[in-house]
Design a protein. Structure first.
Length: 250
């Protein structure tokens, strides 16, 4: 079953058209990888799904984007609620300059949760879900900026999980990490898809093969090919896809 459906989507930054006629359906509780060369529109597409691009001046979007069957641009839709349900993890870890505990509790507090026992439970469960609880449980009051890069990224995932999203958008979440930390994030992602829908931008095609269920190949603002990851990488339909995944691109 598709949780996000996109039809005829186009996007402009001023006079520049960054995305052209995008059609895609994202199945729930799976990992979808978005691949393609730099500047091809992957991250722009990703940030449209929870309306992060609303913050960009001069942007124009046409077409139909539905989340759980509802138009995300419907005037009656609460954008803050949309962003709670469709969380985001960025390329570089961006913990708040506060304690580990307060990083996780920040979101629930903004949604009105003040009870300490409830916050304690949310913090623990979120950190457990992000596979970092055992590493930080004895230093929850320490500044999150003291964690390693890989730990910071898992903390950011825990922070996103704390507000109980349905979808997680990940914009190259491992590109700034070492191989061991990357492996931990990949293992975590595969576990999280049991409960969440994950859409991940990656430049690492091996990563897409390892963890994604379906892959979308973007090129010059167009969605060239989309389908089952194993099939797309073994028998791509479009020659441009084949050239990209075999390194003959350009």
């Amino acid at each position: 079953m598709s949780i996000i459906t996109v039809k005829n989507m186009c996007l402009w930054y001023g006079e520049h058209q960054a995305l052209t006629d995008i059609h895609i359906e994202i199945p729930e509780k799976s990992i979808t990888a978005l691949i393609g060369p730099s500047g091809c529109g992957k991250s722009t597409f990703l940030k449209t799904l929870n309306r992060m691009n609303d913050l960009v001046q001069g942007i124009k979007i046409t077409g139909d984007i539905q989340y759980k069957g509802r138009d995300i641009f419907d005037a009656s839709l609460d954008v803050n609620e949309l962003r709670r349900e469709i969380g985001m993890v960025f390329q570089k870890p961006n913990p708040f300059p506060m304690s580990i505990y307060d990083n996780i509790a920040y979101g629930p507090r903004t949604h009105g949760i003040r009870n300490k026992a409830k916050l304690d439970d949310i913090v623990e469960q979120s950190l457990r879900s992000a596979a970092i609880w055992d590493e930080v449980k004895d230093r929850l009051k320490k500044n999150a900026l003291g964690l390693s890069g890989g730990q910071q990224q898992r903390l950011c995932i825990a922070r996103a999980l704390a507000v109980k999203p349905t979808v997680l958008l990940m914009d190259e979440p491992t590109s700034a990490l070492d191989p061991i930390s990357t492996s931990k994030i990949e293992e975590l992602s595969m576990k999280l898809k049991e409960e969440y829908t994950i859409i991940m931008v990656t430049h690492n095609m091996q990563q897409a093969v390892r963890i994604s269920d379906q892959t979308a190949f973007f090129l010059l603002g167009e969605l060239i090919e989309y389908g089952n990851t194993e099939t797309l990488f073994s028998t791509p339909i479009d020659k441009r896809t084949e050239d990209y995944i075999t390194g003959r691109f350009g």
